[in-house]
Design a protein around this ligand. Structure first.
Ligand SMILES: [Zn+2]
Length: 584
């Protein structure tokens, strides 16, 4: 697929400090800023200092961070730098710089990071992001030193993963080596030396990526390797994106687009999460069957991060709004439905969608991998909401927020007033010192049953291009565009082999059934003969739905509400067999 000259050109805005979130997402961001901004620098660095024979004040950390914080250190630095940029908060930016400086002081003269591929890949990310999002160029010099040394010492076996070695760690402990290229490339793009790009090229995963150059013929299954480690085999495509950013070679973009479609069509649940038991799956019904069995349905936190990166790259590289559909599901029902990371390191890890009952539980160890990606995810939320265009602005997600930007020589603010997803209306208020001719693009989501646009009660015609409803006009200060999104109840089959095993959703929001003292929901009939809107009655102006048939007195059919609103430890059900009513 070629990106043509009339394709929509968009740029990210979330890390400029111009986007302000409000409502539940802003609360999540503030909570993460407090938790991670509250980590003591000495505690985070203690293990590295101890191993370097340096004075190591501070307290030991628990769980995955008990020897050193190698498993997440780079992501914490990255996340603090990103969050500092998103919120325009110098104290958070400074914490990223302090972590980088403190860690660099533990390095020997050789630049040996004393890490294997897994921690090293994250350190590369932290060093690049600290440079990009705080302007601290010394961070790139540290990256060059560490990468130079790694280029001499790191084992280059690069064995493709197999079902018995699913993250490619044999023979030398190089797990997830196929994710190393990404941040080496971005380090070069940020101003690091050419050796970074040369070293990045070593870690291409052609043995896997090549399978995604083509999509299957109609009626054929995807011919791609499966039964591999799910998250890292999605995250590796972020390296293909970086290879595209550096080389401009269309091949990488084609691979990335096809990989996106493969993940969303064959690997993902309704929430956007993927990888039961952390496996990638054949397109043979395994996805639906896993719901009978596994409680580790999706590595939701790390999985969300890979999805956000891929979606963001594709939106800006192709201009197409459809690449935000996956990210939006994750914002509402993936990372957005997890409890936050706690100051003691308790972290959301697996999302549980098992049939019968499921619960939200933190990981059994403190500070796991997902404590790194949690912060990065939260920092990235603002980046998904608005995109800049030369002729105006694109609205990617419907969330209470505002963006201020310079356009046509003046300052323009666009503010979203909405309680979406509870309400279907979004009011976009344009403010400027004087009338401004500008194009607003509003994403037409995959779940919309019909998007309508009005100003002062009058319909506004808006041709759809690249998945955006395009409104070009002279905006009078105070103009308010009302978007009616067209969200309705939906039943989403888990895969094509289980057409009646469905999650219920309203627009992008996955609904969970209360499962305490309640019976499962079933229509007693296949999906194609039922009207889901008649089976569920909306109870109030929140997204709470009552089944029309209430069931037994003591075990009524449980009501539904957004998965994000289910508290920790309370039982819920995400998937239901519509054609198989059952009590047991
Ligand atoms: Zn994880």
């Amino acid at each position: 697929m070629h990106v043509t000259s009339d394709s929509t050109q968009l740029r990210e805005l979330g890390y400029t400090g111009q986007v302000r979130l409000r409502g539940p997402l802003a609360e999540r961001v503030a909570d993460a800023a407090a938790t991670y901004g509250g980590l003591a620098i000495d505690d985070v660095l203690k293990g590295f200092r101890r191993e370097a024979g340096l004075p190591a004040p501070g307290a030991d950390m628990a769980g995955w961070a008990s020897r050193t914080t190698e498993a997440t250190f780079g992501q914490w630095a990255s996340g603090l730098a990103r969050l500092g940029a998103a919120l325009d908060d110098d104290s958070l930016r400074q914490r990223a710089v302090d972590l980088v400086d403190g860690w660099a002081a533990t390095l020997p003269d050789s630049g040996d990071a004393r890490m294997r591929s897994y921690g090293l890949e994250k350190v590369f990310c932290g060093l690049v992001d600290t440079a990009v999002h705080t302007g601290y160029q010394d961070s790139l010099r540290v990256l060059e030193r560490v990468a130079d040394r790694a280029a001499e010492t790191l084992d280059r076996s690069r064995r493709p993963a197999t079902p018995t070695d699913r993250d490619g760690r044999q023979p030398a402990g190089l797990l997830e080596w196929y994710t190393l290229a990404e941040n080496l490339y971005y380090g070069h793009l940020a101003g690091g030396d050419a050796a970074l790009a040369d070293f990045a090229r070593i870690w291409h995963y052609d043995a896997y990526w090549d399978h995604f150059e083509r999509t299957p013929a109609p009626g054929q299954a995807w011919d791609v390797p499966v039964w591999l480690h799910a998250y890292s085999h999605v995250n590796t495509f972020a390296s293909a994106a970086a290879a595209h950013a550096v080389t401009g070679d269309d091949r990488y973009l084609r691979i990335l687009r096809n990989a996106h479609d493969w993940v969303t069509i064959t690997q993902s649940y309704a929430t956007g999460g993927y990888g039961p038991g952390e496996w990638s799956l054949p397109d043979d019904g395994s996805l639906g069957r896993a719901l009978e069995w596994r409680t580790d349905t999706a590595e939701i936190t790390c999985g969300s991060w890979a999805a956000f990166k891929i979606a963001t790259y594709l939106v800006t590289a192709t201009g197409q709004a459809r690449y935000l559909d996956w990210a939006e599901r994750i914002v509402h029902s993936g990372i957005g439905a997890t409890p936050p990371v706690r100051p003691d390191g308790r972290t959301p890890y697996y999302a549980d969608y098992r049939l019968g009952t499921a619960t939200k539980l933190p990981h059994w160890d403190a500070w796991p991998c997902c404590s790194g990606t949690y912060l990065q995810n939260v920092a990235h939320l603002a980046d998904l909401v608005y995109f800049a265009a030369d002729d105006g602005l694109a609205i990617g997600l419907f969330v209470p927020s505002q963006v201020a930007f310079a356009y046509g020589g003046r300052q323009v603010t666009v503010r979203q007033e909405t309680t979406f997803p509870s309400a279907d209306d979004v009011r976009l208020r344009v403010s400027a010192e004087s009338p401004v001719e500008m194009t607003l693009r509003v994403r037409v989501p995959d779940w919309s049953t019909g998007l309508s646009l009005t100003i002062a009660g009058r319909d506004i015609p808006a041709p759809v291009h690249d998945g955006w409803a395009v409104i070009r006009r002279t905006w009078i200060p105070g103009d308010e565009l009302t978007v009616t999104a067209g969200a309705r109840l939906r039943a989403l089959p888990v895969d094509r082999f289980h057409p009646h095993r469905v999650a219920l959703a309203h627009g992008p929001v996955v609904l969970a059934q209360e499962a305490d003292f309640s019976a499962p929901f079933a229509a007693g009939a296949p999906l194609e003969v039922i009207d889901i809107e008649r089976l569920l009655v909306r109870r109030d102006d929140t997204l709470t739905f009552q089944p029309a048939y209430r069931g037994a007195t003591e075990q009524p059919i449980g009501s539904f509400r957004p998965l994000a609103l289910v508290p920790e430890r309370r039982p819920y059900r995400v998937y239901h067999d519509l054609d198989a009513p059952r009590l047991i």
